[in-house]
Write a protein that binds this ligand. Structure first.
Ligand code: PHE
Length: 359
């Protein structure tokens, strides 16, 4: 390559390298390789040369053209990458921020209550178990010592599903207790579970909804006794309602699947028309419990001469209404945004025994 072309080449490559944007680079390309560009102009002059000179000069110009074209391509790719990087940096989103800070969602009091119960029982060593909402009659009733003609079946106001042809009608579970059976069939003792979940009964007024929630508890071991049941539930009530010396009373009761059975009341007062939990002259029933009936253990293949256990079932809506001062149970399921914002909880503060339940 002759000297003039060598210096032209370094000049052109320097211009390519200096182009700071796709537009500037395009201007360089047009100025060198375009129809009226410098290299194109030099090519046009070839016609005036003698054949010998023309050949050498033509080859040199072609080499120059190729090299400049390659440099242009490379620079173009670099600039495109820079453009992309800049765009990505500019459009960066902090996904941990709420999309619309003025409109954060909140946790429903039912979810909050379940999370608080899990935090408390979790601290005592219970793990969460689950079962189906659509349940077989055997799990919901028979295995729990509620045979077909038992009056408790009527009391449950059961929703039955259509007969599937084999004479078996499935039910919407009327309590979370069938998960006791499923767990005892699948797991060898020791067992220590809680079961938060939906339950269904055909009933509807200010204190009943056809769909509601319970938390079941089940503990099975060799030396489990009524004292453990009482201690566990007293601790739960005091932690949940955040009253250290909350009065808790166990009143004899009856459930086919526990023997003996009890209902648990907590102290409250209605003085001056104001309901308050704590010391007072009145009691409020909040849950059912008892020692697992040996027949139920045997129905699940657990030797009742070796193992015994306790169980309890507590209504979530009832707990939430008492703790958060919610007067009507039906409002839980109306999805009224004003209600949800008023009674809802921060999604960023998970309940825990160390961090606090619902601060
Ligand atoms: N399953 C009972 C109910 O729904 C509650 C309960 C559970 C009672 C476990 C005793 C033991 O009313």
């Amino acid at each position: 390559m002759s000297n003039d072309l060598e210096s032209l080449k370094s000049e052109m490559l320097a211009a390519v390298a200096a182009a700071g944007s796709t537009q500037a680079l395009e201007a360089v390309r047009v100025g060198e390789l375009g129809k009226k560009g410098r290299i194109t102009g030099l090519m046009k002059e070839l016609g005036g040369l003698d054949p010998q000179e023309r050949k050498a000069r033509g080859q040199a110009l072609n080499a120059l053209k190729d090299e400049v074209a390659r440099a242009l391509e490379a620079r173009k790719a670099d600039l495109a990458q820079d453009d992309l990087d800049a765009r990505l940096a500019g459009e960066g989103v902090d996904i941990t921020l709420p999309v619309r800070p003025e409109q954060t969602g909140c946790i429903h009091p039912i979810s909050q209550t379940i999370d608080e119960a899990i935090a408390i029982f979790g601290e005592m060593g219970f793990t969460v178990a689950e079962g189906p909402d659509i349940e077989e009659d055997w799990y919901n009733f028979t295995a729990l010592n509620i045979p077909p003609d038992h009056p408790a079946r009527q009391e449950h106001d059961t929703f039955y599903l259509p007969d599937t042809g084999d004479g078996q009608r499935k039910v919407l579970r009327t309590h979370t207790s069938p998960v006791q059976i499923r767990t005892m069939q699948q797991t060898k003792p020791p067992i220590r579970i809680i079961v938060p979940g939906r339950t269904y009964r055909c009933d509807y007024d200010a204190t009943h909804s056809p769909m509601f929630h319970q938390v079941e508890g089940l503990l099975v071991d060799q030396t489990t006794h009524m004292g453990h049941l009482k201690g566990c539930l007293i601790d739960f009530c005091r932690a949940f309602f955040d009253v250290d010396d909350l009065p808790v009373r166990f009143r004899p009761s009856y459930f086919p699947f526990t023997e003996p059975s009890a209902e648990v009341d907590i102290g409250c007062t209605r003085e001056g028309g104001q309901f308050r939990i704590g010391h007072g002259d009145d009691w409020m029933e909040i849950l059912g419990c008892g020692m697992v009936n040996p027949k139920v253990l045997e129905n699940c293949g657990i030797d009742s001469s070796v193992y015994q256990g306790f169980a309890f079932g507590v209504g979530i809506e009832r707990l939430a209404m008492l703790k958060f001062g919610i007067p009507d149970l039906r409002t839980f399921f109306e999805s009224d945004l004003r209600w949800l914002r008023h009674y809802g909880f921060s999604p960023l503060q998970a309940p825990s025994m160390v961090g606090g339940l619902d601060r």
